[in-house]
Ligand binder design. Structure first.
Ligand SMILES: [Zn+2]
Length: 160
């Protein structure tokens, strides 16, 4: 029951993302491959669009100074910096460059769900680009339809 060695990362996220109630970090294989490649995961289909309102961003590569001292805190800071113009509830995860995925959500359960879904999204994007390396992201109108019917003020997806 002792706190994670990554606690300073989590605290930095809680201090800056006031809508979240959980943080999860994994090295799930496919999401980690995208993080190691320093490539954002483009939104290639509606599975992705149901959960993330846009590509999964990747952080800057951490500098030597950021790595040498306060590494865990600085991991949080590079994530926060990447989200300067993003809503953490609309984009509930990130790829830390050279490292792996972090996810979050309103609740601990939503946070773990985001980690599982992100790994599936990473797997599907990898396979999609293997089948067709030229495949482009989906249209904004399809992204809007799938994200907004499940999230936000006008959500209507599911059973009444
Ligand atoms: Zn790690």
């Amino acid at each position: 029951m002792r706190p994670s060695s990554d606690t300073p990362t989590h605290l930095e996220l809680y201090r800056n993302f006031d809508t979240i109630g959980g943080v999860c970090h994994t090295h799930s294989v496919n999401a980690t491959m995208w993080a190691q490649a320093c490539r954002e995961i483009p939104c290639l289909g509606t599975t992705h669009a149901d959960f993330f309102y846009g590509p999964v961003p990747v952080t800057d590569v951490m500098t030597a100074d950021e790595i040498k001292s306060n590494y865990e805190l600085n991991t949080g800071k590079v994530i926060v910096r990447r989200f300067a113009n993003l809503d953490p509830l609309q984009i509930p995860g990130v790829l830390v460059a050279n490292h792996g995925p972090f996810t979050w959500g309103k609740t601990p359960a939503a946070t773990v769900e985001a980690a599982v879904v992100l790994e599936q999204m990473a797997t599907m994007a990898l396979g999609t680009l293997l089948i067709n390396p030229k495949q482009d992201k989906i249209s904004q109108v399809l992204l809007d339809k799938h994200y907004l019917r499940k999230h936000g003020r006008d959500a209507y997806y599911g059973q009444k």
